[in-house]
Ligand binder design. Sequence first.
Ligand code: HMG
Ligand code: MG
Length: 298
Amino acid sequence: SLPARVRIHEVGARDGLQNEKTAVPTGVKAEFVRRLAAAGLTTIEATSFVHPKWVPQLADAEELFPLVRDLPVRLPVLVPNERGLDRALALGAREVAVFASATESFAKANLNRTVDEALAMFEPTVTRAIEAGLKVRGYLSMCFGDPWEGAVPVEQVVRVTKALADMGCDELSLGDTIGVATPGHVQALLTALDEGGVPVSRIAVHFHDTYGQALSNTLAALRHGVTTVDASAGGLGGCPYAKSATGNLATEDLVWMLDGLGIETGVDLAALTATSVWMAEQLGRPSPSRTVRALSHK
Ligand code: HMG
Ligand code: MG
């Protein structure tokens, strides 16, 4: 069976823009977030409070966040450590996300830590965030395959997901960072998480579309009871520390499928498509989303 409603966790302004080679002006980013909210998205990841040398594209987080923080939507931000949390708290952020890795290679590349050292870095960050009354999401990268290590065993993913859940992350987002997952693998991982005691109500899925599998994988997750799906407007995205990663599942492609299935999202597809066409003009290249292309070529 399928859910009646899906909450879309929009990551275009963070996962999308973190991977752009050209610097996007802060005002354009703020306008992007405002338009996403106007199109009916209710959870919009705004930026990251990471080291500016590691992700220069988001080095303007201090300038951007105050421009969007009064919007009537959820605005989670990424924080890797207590330093990032301090920066987010100082600006009045109400939701944060930490981001772990299921593999050692990516933990090193993305966080300069082993998997367990990264978990040790998140622990006080998550504890303090919860004490401050924040909602905390835990991302887990490389849940299916890793560019250095190949296929990732499900037990390894279950271990780190449980560690994030036990720390107090209320939502766990399973990242297919390089887009290699296929629906059977998604089903196998979700089943292993059920058996490992992580309830599906706390799981979100985060698919990248490198191999064109993101929608099929999403459908497999919905059939398993997942109701929170990450997507990026226009299919923007990637990850600067995972070379083979392309854009996320495009929000428009997701909404087209969910609309067709009669699953509610609250998103106005025409307004969202217009936003992605406008953003593509700002970036100087067309959106890779099939739905954006189909709806904008009349
Ligand atoms: P490090 O070099 O090990 O940092 O980087 P450190 O802890 O040794 O600190 C070094 C200096 O950095 C110190 O300054 C700190 O204060 C400063 P100093 O005392 O030398 O003057 N520093 C900071 N400054 C500002 N903000 C901070 C911060 N932290 C330390 N938050 C670190 C470790 C975690 C900081 C670094 O590796 C980092 O910032 N990584 C972020 C990488 C990133 O953002 N990747 C993309 C997001 S993850 C993703 O895209 C995947 C996802 O989409 C899911 C999926 O698809 O799989 C979520
Ligand atoms: Mg991602």
